[in-house]
Design a protein around this ligand. Structure first.
Ligand code: ATP
Length: 324
């Protein structure tokens, strides 16, 4: 392998820049040329490439977002689009690439590598932590810290006014963020896509906490919670059935994806970049690098895509006990 491309694709997440830096510098260390591919697969199709050296990635380890920009490309989903992308890679002499993104980006890489026999390696970059084969995806730890910090602030106003807050956090399919920030910020209840606690149980829990003398309550709700109600519908429901609280809603949204990466994410990104490039050098392909039992491990892309990233149910029990 003489030239490795690196791209970020799908939703951005904190730590992607640290990942790019690591891929570029590991290439430099092994005397391999590294090419930055801008705007994900969109830029691959258009040949939006730039040669990168160790100095091109200075001062980015602490920056959120991605200097290579990210995009979603409809064209790459087509045979013709991928043909154009292949022509561009061949023209630039790129023999392999590392893609930092989520399961959609990995699916694209897998199909491409099968069609053109090109070595590819994935680095999981998404705040949702919804990828099988790693205990942590890039950006997840930062998002947890960002959200806990915000809920602490919401708690200040909630307890000053005896309010109940429903706080919606990201997580359409998995409740990792909700569950962890819920425990970390001392939420009364946590509503996640994996478990339906039920509306009766929610009311009962809120009544119990009011009776036990609590002055404020926070309920953390994942976007895709199984009760199937939006935070606004939950507010209406609770207001209908309880008069004890003034209810407010806070939808955190995209701020969860931004910010300077935590130390954990910077270290993880650095490790993943080294593992991705060195795996390509040793002839590995079609895999994702991940963290398992605190060591870097490879998972075949098809398993990473299909496998289920399971939440830690023990945490639900811890949350129950803590909200007594
Ligand atoms: P996020 O965590 O933000 O969802 P993701 O990587 O899963 O990240 P997607 O938008 O699903 O984000 O995928 C990113 C890009 O990967 C798509 O825009 C598309 O170009 C490519 N891609 C996804 N699925 C396929 C597919 N089945 N075939 C070819 N390319 C695909």
């Amino acid at each position: 392998i003489k030239k490795i491309g690196v791209l970020t694709s799908g939703g951005d997440s904190p730590g992607m820049n640290a990942g790019i830096r690591s891929v570029v510098r590991t290439c430099a260390f092994h005397n391999i040329e590294c090419i930055g591919i801008y705007r994900g697969y969109e830029g691959m199709i258009e040949g939006d490439f730039k040669s990168m050296n160790a100095r091109s990635v200075k001062g980015i380890i602490n920056k959120g977002g991605t200097i290579l920009k990210s995009a979603r490309s409809k064209e790459f989903r087509t045979v013709e689009g991928r043909k154009k992308a292949h022509e561009q890679l061949v023209k630039a002499g790129i023999n392999a690439f590392v893609v930092i993104g989520g399961d959609g980006s990995f699916t694209g890489a897998m199909i491409f590598s099968q069609e053109y026999n090109m070595p590819v390696m994935g680095i999981p970059g998404t705040i949702d932590n919804d990828i099988f084969g790693t205990t942590h995806t890039l950006g997840y730890d930062t998002a947890l810290n960002t959200v806990v910090d915000v809920i602490d602030k919401i708690r200040d106003t909630a307890s000053s006014h005896n309010r109940l807050f429903f706080v919606e956090v990201m997580g359409r399919d998995v409740g990792h963020i909700a569950l962890n920030v819920g425990v970390g910020a001392g939420a009364e209840e946590i509503l996640i896509p994996e478990e339906d606690l039920g509306l009766d149980r929610l009311l009962e829990s809120l009544r119990r906490s009011k009776q036990s003398g609590k002055s404020s309550s926070i309920v953390v709700v994942a976007e895709g919670d199984k009760i199937g109600k939006s935070v606004f519908e939950l507010k209406d429901y609770v207001e209908e059935h309880m008069t004890e609280y003034e209810v407010r809603v806070s939808v955190l949204g995209h701020m969860q994806r931004g910010g300077s990466p935590s130390c954990f994410d910077r270290v993880l990104a650095s490790r993943m970049g080294v593992k991705a490039v060195e795996s390509l050098i040793t002839g590995k392909t079609n895999c994702m690098v991940g963290l398992k039992n605190d060591v870097m491990a490879l998972t075949p892309l098809d398993q990473a895509i299909k496998g289920q990233s399971k939440i830690n149910l023990e945490l639900l029990r811890v949350s129950d006990i803590m909200s007594i």
